[in-house]
Design a protein around this ligand. Structure first.
Ligand code: ADP
Ligand code: 5GP
Length: 232
C-alpha cells in the first residue's frame, strides 16, 4: 500500500521546523525529506541533516537532470525535493513529510494527487516578528533587512492558505504539536493505513476531533491572524 504524502508549509519563523522536529519524535514510520538548498547552513545546521547544502552549479545541474520532484527559489536561494525521497517512501510503503514553501506545494498539487497539505500560521504579525528576531539572536545573525523581507513575504504566503487542506495556528506549542499529530493519525485512520491498526477507539475519536478543528473553512481561529496582516 502506498504511503501518504504530507506537505507542510508556513511563512518563515512560524515555527514549522520546531513542530516538525517534535512530530518526528512522536509518530513512527514517517519519513522526512531532506531538501537540497543553495543557502549556507544556519546556526547548528549540518549537511545531510536539516538540508543537503550544495552550490548553485550543482543545484542547476540537478534541475537539468530532472532530479527534483519540485523546486523553487526562496529569498534568493534555491530549494528542492529530490525525486528519490518519494520513490523510496513509495517502495517502502512509508508516509513522507515534506517541509516546502507555497510554490513547491503548488507544483506538487499537480503531480501528487492525494497529498495532504497543512499550512501553519503564526498567531499574529507581532508574534511572527518576535520569533524571527529571537531566532536571529540565537543564531547571532541580526539583519534587519532579512527580518523585514521575511515579514513582507509572510503576508504574500498567508494569502495562499485557502489552497491547503488543514490550517494550524502555532500559538501554544504543545497544542499545535497535538493538532499536527492528530492530523497525521486522522488521515492514516481514514485511509486504513497499517500503522493505524493499533490505535484505540478513544484515541481515534480524539484524533478526528482535533484534526477536524484544523480543517480549512472550519477554522475561526485564523481570522485574527489574517486581520493582523491586513488580509481580508
Ligand atoms: P520556521 O521553521 O517556521 O522558520 P522555527 O521553527 O525556526 O520557524 O521557529 C522560529 C522561532 O520561533 C524559533 O526561535 C522557535 O524556537 C520559536 N517558536 C516556534 N514555535 C513556537 C511557539 N509555539 N511558541 C513560542 N516560540 C516558538
Ligand atoms: P529556511 O531557509 O528558513 O530553512 O527555509 C525557507 C523556506 O524554504 C521555507 O518556507 C521552507 O519551507 C522552504 N523550503 C525548504 N525546503 C524546500 C524545498 O525542498 N522545496 C521548496 N519549494 N521549499 C523549501
Amino acid at each position: 500500500m502506498a504511503g501518504i504524502l504530507f506537505i507542510i508549509s508556513a511563512p518563515s519563523g512560524s515555527g514549522k521546523s520546531t513542530l516538525v522536529a517534535k512530530l518526528r519524535d512522536l509518530v513512527p514510520n514517517l519519513e522526512f525529506s531532506i531538501s537540497y538548498t543553495t543557502r549556507p547552513p544556519r546556526g547548528s545546521e549540518r549537511n545531510g541533516f536539516e538540508y543537503n547544502f550544495v552550490i548553485r552549479e550543482e543545484f542547476e545541474e540537478m534541475i537539468e537532470r530532472d532530479a527534483f520532484l519540485e523546486h523553487a527559489e526562496v529569498f534568493g536561494n534555491y530549494y528542492g525535493t529530490a525525486c528519490h525521497f518519494l520513490e523510496d517512501a513509495e517502495r517502502d510503503g512509508k508516509d513522507l513529510l515534506l517541509d516546502i514553501d507555497v510554490q513547491g506545494a503548488e507544483q506538487l498539487r499537480h503531480r501528487a494527487t492525494g497529498a495532504v497539505s497543512i499550512f501553519v500560521l503564526p498567531p499574529g504579525k507581532e508574534t511572527l516578528e518576535q520569533r524571527l528576531r529571537k531566532r536571529s539572536q540565537a543564531e547571532h545573525v541580526m539583519d534587519e533587512r532579512i527580518i523585514l523581507r521575511r515579514l513582507e513575504k509572510a503576508r504574500e504566503e498567508l494569502c495562499r492558505y485557502p489552497d491547503y487542506d488543514y490550517i494550524l495556528v502555532n500559538d501554544k506549542l504543545d497544542e499545535a504539536v497535538d493538532e499536527l499529530e492528530a492530523i497525521v493519525w486522522s488521515e492514516r485512520l481514514d485511509r486504513g493505513s497499517p500503522d493505524s491498526r493499533e490505535i484505540t477507539q478513544i484515541d481515534a475519536w480524539r484524533y478526528h476531533q482535533l484534526a477536524e478543528r484544523c480543517r480549512r473553512g472550519k477554522n475561526g481561529r485564523m481570522d485574527p491572524v489574517l486581520k493582523s496582516f491586513a488580509i481580508d
